[in-house]
Design a protein around this ligand. Structure first.
Ligand code: PXP
Length: 268
């Protein structure tokens, strides 16, 4: 069955999940010097040439990495879906509607955080999120909600009418990084349970945050995940093996994980 972007063969229960490459931190490097390079749009084109299924970019309120002009240029330059990560604010909703990306992922945002530290509390602000989902959906934008893998958030996402959720993999990846096997198994089980619950509710399920070569396998093996969004690690790894090489290796690991786990996924 074709996926939401009309492509065959990958997605939930497919040969592998789609890979969305987040190019925010190419812009972080550019902004560190206040010059025009490295250009995140050039990185997006390279990522697509290397096999990325889509590009993800987060326009933060403080514009610390991606800027408004980058979104406009990405929309003009790339021929794969753009997943626009954004806070649930009137300013960001207006920018999304003006640019009409393929998808918008609603994330929580606090200026003082280093990165998006937790999922969106959909349950605690259901009316606000429902309104944003409707406004973006009316503009033809496929909305996903970035949530922690908790039943209360999956239920709330269903209630507000979101077509997609992205499960926050940060806690799982952190456990892998510190070598806490029991913690990693616990977090992976939460991800698998929420993926199943979302899929059963008719919601497309994505995952992302903090994924590296060390953590991608078990996440990619979860068969309900139609898409993984990965950024910081790939941009860092590009220093050592180039962006194309890092993406090729990530795609390979994602596909191997599904093969090794079978259609039912590893350990399920
Ligand atoms: N998905 C979402 C919703 C995010 O906010 C981010 C970080 O911007 C990512 C995926 C990618 O995370 P990372 O850069 O850690 O791979």
């Amino acid at each position: 069955m074709p996926d939401s972007a009309g492509r065959e063969g990958i997605g939930a229960f497919g040969r592998r999940a789609r890979l969305g490459v987040n190019i925010d931190h190419v812009a972080t490097l550019r902004n560190a010097r206040g010059v025009a390079y490295p250009d995140p749009v050039r990185a997006a084109l390279l990522a697509i040439a290397a096999g990325a299924d889509g590009i993800t970019a987060h326009l933060r309120e403080d514009r610390r990495h991606i800027r408004d002009g980058d979104i406009t240029r990405l929309m003009a330059a790339i021929d794969r879906p753009l997943n626009f990560e954004m806070a649930v604010t009137d300013e960001m909703i207006a920018i999304a509607i003006a640019n009409r990306p393929h998808a918008a992922c609603l994330v929580p945002e606090r200026r003082e955080e280093v990165t998006t530290e937790g999922g969106l509390d959909v349950a605690g602000q259901a009316n606000r999120v429902r309104d944003a989902v409707a406004r973006l959906g009316d503009a033809g934008i496929r909305v996903s909600l970035f949530i922690d893998p908790e039943p209360v958030q999956v239920e709330a996402a269903t209630r507000v009418g979101a077509p997609v959720v992205e499960l926050h993999t940060g806690a799982y990846c952190e456990m892998v990084e510190v070598g806490d096997e029991a913690g990693a198994a616990r977090e992976l089980a939460r991800l698998a349970a929420s993926a199943k619950e979302s899929h059963t509710a008719g919601i497309e399920v994505h995952a992302g945050h903090g994924i590296t070569f060390a953590s991608v396998g078990p996440v990619a093996a979860i068969p309900e995940f139609a898409e993984l969004n990965i950024g910081h690690f790939l941009v860092g790894e590009a220093v050592f093996q180039g962006l194309g090489g890092a993406i090729a290796e990530m795609l390979c690991q994602m596909e191997l994980a599904r093969l090794a786990g079978g259609v039912g996924g590893a350990g399920r």
